[in-house]
Design a protein around this ligand. Structure first.
Ligand code: CMC
Length: 392
């Protein structure tokens, strides 16, 4: 017996104390460790942001050098991963492979991991940040039948990932620096977002004392859903289906019709009720990057018309539904040459920095205890078992 607060979807439950990320949903404010997302997007790099999220402060030059060195020297995968990877169906979704591959990290790095030792916890976090891009690139290459590439440790984090993903055996890869820069910025914007579904999943698994590799693998699984990180892939598919600006209104009408089961992908947010500051940055960036790369994508026009139509529609205005981070990100990923089924994987690479930071924070938190929500029971009252022959 007991008295519990009923809070479906945890809309008004604070599950922990955290000093990592601050969101003011009414005013569109997002801070990582106190720094506005706009400033980090303009001035920082993803790896520096990862350091900031993990450690709480921006690094000095020496601290950053040591961090980058460490991340760079943990980028390799154990060779036995190949056998594991080659067991997936050739057309498996990269998110399915990523979930399995990350879970399997604990079979390589868990036996000697003493979770009571802060240094070993830190090392596990570094391993995750370092290895996720290598695994992600391998999943992609396997899915298109290309040989796996080893990480080139003379490149920086994001460029190294792009290299592993795109290099072809026949010759050197000319990477456009605009592409690396844009992807790095997208990684910064996706790096953390306080207690979203995947981070809460990582914390819930972590609260049981399970190791960080499986905790993060569970986070990847939560991220995959279209209501969360899977939205970026769903947005692009939706824009392709709409196909032309003249079909925009019927898509808006369909999204308003609850019977249709269709929602405007990339619209709405549990916390942001005014605008999503990440979407604002990505919107500007989309125009700039498409211009710089000379890409003329008709889907951008569809997206702009869709945004305009929704923002002027009472249904969306009344419910405070605005474009979220994933509304424009797909168009940029596409322009950067990232295939659609890899969009959510991009999100997972970036969010790994946030997940491990939350896991580390949780392990240090004296108030941490197993996450164990209660329920409002709606089932049968007590009754007696009847033998199978006596049942109607
Ligand atoms: N299209 C049409 N109607 C919507 C949408 C949408 N995208 N989003 C919310 N609504 C309606 C919803 O039907 C409800 O209407 P009513 O009050 O009449 O029942 C009202 O708005 C409130 O929605 P909710 O489902 O209670 O809101 P929530 O906070 O539980 O869900 C959300 C938030 C992001 C899951 C939801 O807005 C959604 O499904 N959006 C589309 C998927 C998407 O873009 N997800 C990415 C989120 S941002 C990045 C990330 O977290 O990964």
């Amino acid at each position: 017996t007991g008295y519990y607060t009923y809070d479906p979807g945890f809309g008004s439950t604070a599950s922990c104390r955290s000093a990592i990320t601050y969101i003011d949903g009414d005013n569109g404010v997002l801070l990582y460790r106190g720094y506005p997302i706009e400033q980090l997007a303009e001035k920082s790099s993803f790896l520096e942001v990862a350091y900031l999220l993990m450690h709480g402060e921006l690094p000095t030059k020496a601290q950053f050098g040591a961090f980058e060195h460490e991340v760079t020297h943990h980028t390799m995968m154990h060779e036995a991963f190949r056998t594991f990877l080659y067991g997936f169906r050739h057309d498996a979704h990269p998110m399915a492979m990523l979930t399995g591959m990350l879970g399997s990290l604990s079979s390589f790095y868990y036996n000697d991991l003493d979770l009571r030792d802060p240094e070993q916890r830190r090392l596990a976090a570094i391993r995750l940040i370092a290895k996720v891009p290598t695994i992600a690139a391998a999943c992609y290459r396997y899915s298109i039948g290309w040989p796996i590439r080893y990480p080139k440790n003379d490149l920086e984090y994001t460029t190294r990932f792009l290299h592993m993903m795109k290099e072809v055996p026949s010759g050197p890869l000319e990477l456009n620096p605009i592409v690396s820069k844009a992807l790095d910025l997208l990684f910064i914007l996706h790096a953390d977002h306080e207690q979203n579904a995947s981070t809460s999943t990582v914390r819930l698994v972590g609260s049981t004392g399970a190791n960080p590799y499986v905790s993060v693998a569970a986070g990847v699984a939560a991220l995959w859903g279209p209501a969360h990180g899977g939205a970026n892939e769903a947005v692009l598919k939706m824009l392709e289906e709409i196909g032309d600006a003249k079909h925009v209104q019927s898509a808006v009408d369909k999204a308003k019709d609850k019977e249709s089961g269709f929602r405007l992908m990339g619209f709405g947010h549990r916390v942001y009720k005014n605008f999503d500051p990440r979407a604002k940055i990505i919107r500007e960036m989309t125009h700039k990057v498409l211009g710089e790369l000379g890409v003329n994508d008709p889907l951008l026009e569809v997206a702009l018309r869709l945004e305009e139509a929704a923002l002027h529609d009472d249904y969306f205005v009344q419910r405070k539904l605005y474009p979220n981070v994933d509304f424009y990100s797909g168009i940029i990923y596409k322009a950067l040459g990232i295939p659609t089924e890899m969009f959510t994987v991009m999100f997972a690479i970036a969010r790994t920095a946030g997940w491990v930071s939350h896991w580390l924070e949780q392990q240090n938190d004296p108030e941490n205890r197993i996450g164990r929500p209660r329920q409002i029971y709606t089932g049968a009252t007590p009754r007696d078992y009847s033998p199978i022959d006596a049942r109607a």
